[in-house]
Structure formats: structure tokens, C-alpha cells
Design a protein around this ligand. Structure first.
Ligand SMILES: Nc1ncnc2c1ncn2[C@@H]1O[C@H](COP(=O)(O)OP(=O)(O)OP(=O)(O)O)[C@@H](O)[C@H]1O
Length: 249
């Protein structure tokens, strides 16, 4: 058996009296799209924050690709290939779509932001940036200001910015949030096309998308994983149906 690309043991995060992450043991296999589902406030975003390094764990360990990354800074984890999709707020709206991705490539490569002007003409940065835009279907919009993109296209841009660092694993927190049906379908198609190419941990409320895309699903309730398995396994799990899908026993 091969080691999972990412696994956690005994992971705990508390906010005062609230246990947001409760002894979480999560294993994500290489090449899988692994979905994390659970009711509002179950601790999904907290777990993503712990894995990306934005939040510090109170106890437990996180192993990624053979490294214990528990105490590592966000940037160190990103260098190792564990990347969270950028938040919308990190897009520079007045810059072109291409410049945003070039800056993301540069950030992953560890250069300083103040050199951004020459960077947009640097072939070593332009090549990967264009490839990432191509990958998400935004290459035609590369010269437009990021401000001109629709909400759905901005989420595609965030994904391109995350892909710019060529990560082995992507952490995606609700990539379809706030999208209309058309943009939502485009994002599902995009994630489908990334499957197998990257390992993905996906937090998503759209259950149709989750059950369509996921190789494995873990269910969080009150910070604890109550079930983990294939979509068929999760659909049939009585505890999940009771606790999450709201069905009577
Ligand atoms: N900064 C914080 N300070 C205090 N409590 C917090 C903080 N962030 C989250 N929590 C609490 O931790 C628990 C888990 O929250 P979290 O946002 O991780 O859940 P979630 O599953 O992502 O929810 P949603 O589906 O609504 O986004 C909740 O009870 C929440 O109120």
C-alpha cells in the first residue's frame, strides 16, 4: 500500500470553548479528489486552514508527501506542493488577468513583489502563467483587467493562481460559492478535468457536484469525522443520513 499524499492524526483546534476540529484523522490518497462535507459550522473551513497553515493546530500532526508540516508556515507548505486556492481578496483588480497569475508564479518562486513590472515580461514567469490560464480556460481574457471578470471567472483566476505554483495538492474551499448554474457547471467541468492530474481536497456544499466529482468523501460533524469512504458508501451510511442529510433512522 502506498502512503496517502496527506494524512493527519489527532488534529485538534479550539476556539475558546468551541472544539472546531476534534481528533481528526484524515487521509487523502494521491490523485484523488477527496471531498469534505458537513453541516454549517462543522469545521470544514477550520480544517482547510489547519492544512494550509493559516491556522495553528492545538494538538496533532499533519503529514504531507513524507514531511511533517504541522509547524510549517503557509509559504513553506506551498513550496512543498500543498496550496490553497487564493481568496478573491488577493486578486489585484486593476492588474491584468495575466499579471495576477505572473505574480502568483513569482510568489511561488520566492521572488519579491516589488519587481512585478519586469516580471510580466519575464519568459520564465510568463510561460507557466499562460499555461495555468490556458488550463482554466481564461487565456482569451489575459489582457483584461481582473476587475472586468465575472464572479465565476474570478474563481477560475484564483484556481489559475493556485495552479501557477504547480502544486501536487490543491485545497479548495467552496469554489462554487455564489455562482449561478452556468458558472457552477463550468467549475465542475474544470475540476473534473483536473482530477487525477492533481490531488484535490474540496469543501463544497453543492452535493450534486460532490457526488459527481469525488473519489472519496469525509463527513465532518461538530469537528469530528463521522464517516469516510466512497460516494456510494457515504450515501448508504445510516449515521451520515441521520446526522447530515437530516433523515430519520
Ligand atoms: N475565529 C473564530 N473564532 C471563534 N470561533 C470560530 C472561529 N472560526 C470558526 N469558529 C467556530 O468553529 C466552528 C467551525 O467553524 P468553520 O467555519 O470551520 O465551519 P464550516 O464547516 O466551514 O462552516 P460553513 O459550512 O458554515 O462554512 C463553528 O462553531 C464556528 O462558529
Amino acid at each position: 500500500m502506498t502512503e496517502p499524499l496527506l494524512h493527519t492524526s489527532g488534529l485538534v483546534k479550539r476556539y475558546g470553548g468551541v472544539i472546531a476540529t476534534h481528533q481528526v484523522a484524515l487521509a487523502v490518497e494521491r490523485g484523488h479528489l477527496h471531498a469534505l462535507i458537513g453541516p454549517n459550522g462543522a469545521g470544514k473551513s477550520t480544517l482547510i486552514g489547519l492544512l494550509s497553515g493559516e491556522l495553528a493546530a492545538d494538538a496533532g500532526h499533519i503529514h504531507f508527501n513524507g514531511h511533517d508540516v504541522t509547524g510549517l508556515h503557509v509559504h513553506r507548505r506551498a513550496r512543498l506542493g500543498l496550496a490553497r486556492s487564493f481568496q478573491i481578496t488577493s486578486i489585484f483588480k486593476s492588474f491584468s488577468v495575466l499579471a495576477n497569475v505572473v505574480l502568483a508564479v513569482q510568489a511561488h518562486a520566492g521572488h519579491s513583489f516589488r519587481f512585478w513590472r519586469p516580471a510580466v515580461r519575464d519568459p520564465a514567469l510568463l510561460g507557466p502563467a499562460l499555461a495555468a490560464l490556458e488550463r482554466v480556460g481564461l487565456a482569451d481574457r489575459r489582457h483584461d483587467a481582473a476587475a472586468a471578470l465575472s464572479h465565476g471567472e474570478r474563481r477560475q483566476l484564483e484556481l489559475a493562481m493556485a495552479l501557477a505554483g504547480d502544486p501536487a495538492m490543491l485545497l479548495l474551499d467552496e469554489p462554487m460559492a455564489g455562482m449561478g448554474p452556468e458558472d457552477g457547471r463550468a467549475m465542475v467541468d474544470l475540476l473534473q478535468s483536473l482530477k487525477g492530474e492533481r490531488t484535490i481536497l474540496l469543501v463544497e456544499h453543492d452535493m450534486d457536484a460532490v457526488f459527481q466529482l469525488a473519489d472519496r468523501i469525509s463527513v465532518l460533524v461538530y469537528g469530528a469525522i463521522i464517516a469516510s469512504g466512497t460516494p456510494d458508501h457515504i450515501r448508504a451510511d445510516a449515521e451520515v443520513r441521520r446526522a447530515y442529510l437530516g433523515e430519520e433512522a
